[in-house]
Design a protein around this ligand. Structure first.
Ligand SMILES: Cc1ncc(COP(=O)(O)O)c(C=O)c1O
Length: 369
């Protein structure tokens, strides 16, 4: 049996006619840049999330950079981010000229509020919580800290589309939030795309101007800008997929519950700590595994795709190393990176495929131990 890490072929086969129809409509109307498909997607995404504004941009990485920059982050500022996250976060902070400051993660693989508070200095301007693997960070504590220190908060929701913290959607807590629609995300484009959401009218207008060379009216340049627009084809595809994302997230949750149940007696792995099953969207199902690399090779040989998110935490990457003793300063993130393994999870995964992954893991440890 084959179990890919993710199966976009199956996902797109399930909505093939609607996809073809959608693409034809974009081609027939020439609405490639701006226009009705982008407007419709921005309106529908904002409405589903319950926010005033959604602004489509070129990628999730650009979204973080633009949100931070337009919120006022600049040279000599510090921005606190989790040590355990994707490289895009540190890249985007560095693009603003600010200094990235890492905080270690909690037991849920997310920014630890206690660590966050310890990293605040007189130069701290903003905080970038990331809802890792689809599970919300502790937004009550993090919001309180940002509020009491008067810090900008930009949430990175690249992995958490429509997850909720205590009943409230991630992406609705901070000054703004960013999303990635990389093809493999819970709702993905057919290329690069991202967006920024916010309830702040002034910030929304600045972001809208910036992503389009600083103008709203042709040849009237209001601010220095850039070109980072979500194109019409991606917007139309995302608008179609928006109808399905709740169903797909529900399927991911069902599969995650099966993994949690079937793997509970396997003592050589640690299952992910889940705060609230019903509000996690399981972009990734990440375990900690003894003999991780051997297990990964064993699963590959059995036709099972896996991933590692991430091979190194950000402070361990030479380019982004903050100096000092990273093992001591970020013990959770550094320790985890040797054990993390992401198992296949995607809406079209069958129970038989999941059972095959589980029995293969059990077989590996039977042979190895
Ligand atoms: C947590 C996180 N932030 C940002 C990004 C960047 O998004 P994009 O690939 O759309 O630039 C990703 C994408 O993988 C991500 O996982």
């Amino acid at each position: 049996m084959k179990v890919p890490f993710n199966d976009l072929y199956a996902l797109h086969a399930g909505i093939k006619d609607e996809l073809n129809d959608t693409l034809s409509k974009v081609i027939e109307t020439n609405a490639f840049i701006e226009g009705r498909f982008l407007e419709a997607f921005e309106r529908n995404f904002a409405a589903k999330l319950g926010v005033r504004h959604c602004i489509g941009v070129g990628s999730g990485t650009a979204a973080i950079w633009i949100a931070l920059k337009m919120a006022g982050v600049k040279d000599a500022d510090e921005v606190i981010l989790p040590a355990n996250t994707y490289v895009a976060c540190v890249e985007a902070i560095k693009m603003t000229g600010a200094k990235p400051v890492y905080a270690d993660n909690d037991a849920y693989f997310n920014l630890d509020p206690v660590e966050l508070e310890m990293k605040i200095s007189s130069k701290t301007k903003a905080v970038l919580p990331v809802h890792m693997y689809g599970q919300p960070a502790q937004m009550d504590e993090i919001s309180k800290i940002c509020h009491s220190h008067d810090l900008i908060m930009i949430e990175d929701c690249a992995q958490s589309h429509f997850s909720k913290f205590k009943g409230q959607y991630t992406g609705t807590f901070g000054n703004a939030a960013t999303f990635s629609f990389y093809p493999g995300k819970n709702i993905g484009a057919m290329g690069d795309a991202g967006c920024i959401v916010t309830n702040d009218d002034t910030l929304a207008r600045k972001i809208r101007l910036f992503r389009n060379h600083g103008f709203e009216q042709k040849n009237v340049y209001e601010i220095e800008g850039f070109n980072s627009r979500m194109d019409g084809i991606q917007a139309a595809i995302l608008n179609l997929k928006l109808k399905y994302v709740d169903r797909w997230n529900e399927k991911r949750r069902t599969l995650a519950k099966m993994y949690l149940d079937l793997l509970s007696s396997c003592t050589s792995i640690s299952l992910p700590e889940v705060r609230d099953l019903e509000s996690h969207v399981f972009h990734l199902f990440v375990i900690k595994a003894e003999y991780r690399d051997e297990l990964r090779n064993f699963l590959t040989a059995k036709g099972i795709g896996t991933g590692i998110h991430y091979v190194q935490s950000l402070p361990e990457i030479a380019l982004y190393n903050p100096g000092g003793d990273v093992k001591k300063e970020f013990p959770n993130s550094v320790k985890n990176s040797a054990y993390l393994l992401s198992l296949p999870i995607y809406p079209d995964m069958t129970a038989a495929q999941l059972n095959y992954v589980v029995s293969s893991i059990v077989d590996f440890y039977k042979e190895r131990n």
